[in-house]
Design a protein around this ligand. Structure first.
Ligand code: ATP
Length: 273
C-alpha cells in the first residue's frame, strides 16, 4: 500500500492547510517537541474513522481536535483531513486508481466522510480499510508507547492485531454483524410468536361474531323480500277497491242523470197540466 499525500486543515496544531506529498522510499517527519509530529499520525488515525476522542489525546469530546486558537490566531470552525492512497494494485475494491478518503468535523459536532469526494457513511470507510492494516484495529499506525501496550495486552486484545494482519477482520466484522442481525431476527420471531398466540385467542369469539353477522345478513334479506311482498299485496287490494269505487261512481252518475231527466219531464208535465 502506498500513501501518496496527506492534507490537513484545522486539525490540532495545523490551522492552515498543510499538504504532505510522499515520494518513494522512507519519509521521516522530524521536529522539536510539541511541534505537531504526533498530530500528523493522529490526523491519519482520525480520517480512517477513529471514534474514541481519548485515542487522539482529547479529554472528552472529538471537537477538541479542531484548532482551538493560539496567541495570534483565532480558533477554526472545522477540521478536515484527506488521505490519498494509491490503488493501482487494486488493493481496494474500487475502479479508481487512487482512493481519497476525507473526514470533516464542525464545532457543532456534525461530521462528514467522503470517498473520492462522494459523501459516504462511517461504515463505508471502516469497511473499505478493513483487512488492509489501516483499519480501526490496524497495525499500520502505531503511536508512542503502543508497541509496549500491544505486547502487554491481554491475548484477546492482541488477537485483533493479528486478525487484521491475516485478513480475517472483515470476516469477523461480518460474523459480528450477522450475529447481531440473527439476535434481532430471533427477537422479532419471539414477538411474532406472541402476537400469533394473542390472535389465536381472538379467533373463536371472532368466528362466533362472524356467524352472527352472517345470520343477520340472511334474515335482513328475507325481511326485505317479505316486506316487498306485503306492499305488493296491499297495492293490489287498493287497486281492486279503487276499480270498484270508480264503477259505483259511474253507475250512480248515470242514475243521477236519469233521475234529473225524470224530474225535468215531471216538471214539464205538471206545467202542461
Ligand atoms: P513530541 O515530540 O513531544 O511527541 P510532537 O511533535 O509529537 O511532540 P504533538 O504532540 O503532535 O507534538 O503536538 C502537540 C502540540 O499540538 C501542542 O503544542 C498542542 O498545544 C498542540 N495542539 C493539540 N491540540 C490542539 C488544538 N486543538 N488546537 C491547537 N493546538 C493544539
Amino acid at each position: 500500500m502506498y500513501l501518496k499525500s496527506f492534507d490537513i486543515q484545522g486539525f490540532k496544531s495545523f490551522p492552515d492547510k498543510v499538504s504532505l506529498i510522499f515520494g518513494g522510499g522512507l519519509t521521516a517527519v522530524v521536529g522539536p517537541n510539541g511541534s505537531g509530529k504526533s498530530n500528523i499520525a493522529e490526523a491519519a488515525q482520525w480520517v480512517l474513522g477513529e471514534q474514541n476522542p481519548r485515542a487522539l489525546r482529547c479529554e472528552k469530546r472529538m471537537e477538541e481536535i479542531i484548532f482551538h486558537g493560539a496567541a495570534h490566531r483565532g480558533p477554526m470552525g472545522f477540521a478536515e483531513v484527506s488521505l490519498l492512497l494509491d490503488n493501482s494494485g487494486g488493493l481496494f475494491p474500487m475502479e479508481q486508481q487512487e482512493v481519497l478518503v476525507t473526514r470533516r468535523l464542525y464545532r457543532s459536532g456534525e461530521s462528514e466522510y467522503f470517498l473520492n469526494k462522494t459523501a459516504v457513511r462511517l461504515k463505508d470507510v471502516l469497511e473499505l480499510f478493513m483487512d488492509t492494516g489501516l483499519g480501526r484495529d490496524g497495525y499500520c499506525l502505531i503511536g508512542q508507547g503502543r508497541i509496549g501496550e500491544i505486547l502487554s495486552d491481554k491475548s484477546g486484545d492482541r488477537r485483533r492485531v493479528f486478525e487484521e494482519a491475516s485478513g480475517i477482520s472483515r470476516y469477523r466484522h461480518r460474523k459480528e454483524e450477522s450475529e447481531r442481525k440473527l439476535a434481532l431476527a430471533a427477537d422479532n420471531l419471539l414477538r411474532i410468536g406472541d402476537k400469533i398466540e394473542e390472535l389465536e385467542l381472538q379467533v373463536a369469539p371472532l368466528r362466533e361474531q362472524a356467524e352472527t353477522a352472517r345470520t343477520y345478513l340472511r334474515m335482513r334479506d328475507e325481511l326485505r323480500g317479505l316486506e316487498i311482498n306485503l306492499w305488493l299485496e296491499a297495492l293490489q287490494k287498493l287497486r281492486l277497491s279503487h276499480d270498484r269505487v270508480r264503477d259505483n261512481y259511474t253507475d250512480l252518475t248515470a242514475q243521477l242523470e236519469a233521475g234529473k231527466m225524470a224530474v225535468d219531464e215531471l216538471y214539464a208535465e205538471a206545467e202542461r197540466l
